[in-house]
Ligand binder design. Structure first.
Ligand code: ZN
Length: 241
């Protein structure tokens, strides 16, 4: 069983009737619903305005894969929490950063880059599979067609992904590296572009499949260690057998 915690800042849904109608249970509720369709997952949700911003130690330390959706409140996420998440990812926890999470503190910390990109309001979007044998692309076919999604365009301020699974094309002609895998020490991180709050991506069956596949891909293969104390040490000559 894979323990997944779906974290959402959960602000747009409270402020906008349009968003609330699209996601009556919150974006986190829609994502959790997609995961609960698979018996391999134990699913929890967490939101920014909960105590400890939804992620006290007892939750974070009991999470195999963390899903992150944030947008308007990136700056409110405590730096100490961001550090605790980073330590856990380096120790082996998986993390899936969605859509506007490209500007979240945790994504910028784990990539070491700006996460910058071009954007424009609603456009048609086709998410092309460019790595059909990758575990995250299974069951998707050639592409995912989204009638409307916020346009994200290159150049995307990230390190070269270890594996590229999807490239999106938009009606305006732009392209974007929309499904990117990164190894973060013992942990795995996947960035996925669809998921603007006024569009319907998290109701799309293929997007739901990507989320389930990504959680399985990012799940730790072994023990998650506490990486806060590093193994930096002087080794006497001859100790290695
Ligand atoms: Zn957006």
């Amino acid at each position: 069983m894979i323990k997944v915690t779906v974290w959402n800042e959960y602000r747009h849904e409270k402020k906008s009737e349009t968003v609330r109608q699209l996601y009556p249970d919150g974006i986190h509720g829609a994502i959790a619903g997609a995961l609960k369709a698979d018996d391999d997952f134990i699913v929890r949700t967490a939101t920014l305005d909960e105590p400890d911003q939804g992620l006290p130690d007892k939750v974070l330390n009991d999470t195999d894969v963390l899903i992150w959706w944030g947008h308007m409140a990136h700056g409110e996420v405590d730096d100490a929490l961001v550090e605790r998440i980073a330590v856990r990812v380096r120790g082996g926890m998986g993390i899936i950063v969605l859509h506007s999470g490209h500007f979240s503190k945790i994504f910028k910390k784990l990539t070491g880059t700006s996460g910058s990109l071009k954007w424009r309001d609603g456009d048609s979007c086709r998410v092309w599979v460019v790595n059909p044998s990758h575990p995250i692309a299974q069951g998707i076919g050639e592409s995912i067609e989204l009638p409307e999604e916020e346009m994200y365009g290159e150049p995307f301020g990230i390190p070269e992904p270890d594996e590229l699974v999807f490239v999106s094309w938009f009606g305006g002609g732009e392209v974007f590296r929309s499904g990117c895998c990164f190894k973060v020490e013992r942990g795995r991180m996947f960035y996925f572009q669809p998921g603007h709050e006024t569009n319907t991506a998290f109701h799309n069956e293929k997007v739901k499949t990507v989320l389930r596949n990504a959680c399985k891909w990012a799940a730790p293969a072994g023990e998650i260690i506490d990486s806060s104390g590093c193994e930096w040490r002087k080794v006497p000559t001859g100790e290695v057998k």
